[in-house]
Design a binder for this molecule. Structure first.
Ligand code: 9UX
Length: 72
């Protein structure tokens, strides 16, 4: 079963940034689909919660130099 998470992403200033974040999220095991909106500074991720946690996603993105926080 898929779950959907929405995040605020800080630090993206151009389209290459948002592409980088989007590609990284899509490469993670357990992520089925991720989209990043540069203008809104958001990421929407559909994932398998038994395979990956939102914590792991945040870690992966912080390694790229962006800050990602889950929306409530
Ligand atoms: Mo664009 Mo993002 O030149 O780090 S790729 S600002």
């Amino acid at each position: 079963v898929h779950e959907k998470a929405e995040f605020d992403v800080q630090g993206m200033t151009c389209a290459a940034c948002s592409n980088r974040v989007e590609k990284k999220l899509n490469k993670l095991d357990g992520v089925s689909h991720a989209t990043v909106n540069l203008a809104l500074e958001t990421a929407t991720v559909t994932y398998h919660p038994k395979v990956i946690s939102t914590e792991k996603m945040k870690e992966a993105i912080s390694q790229l130099g962006y800050k990602m926080e889950e929306k409530e």
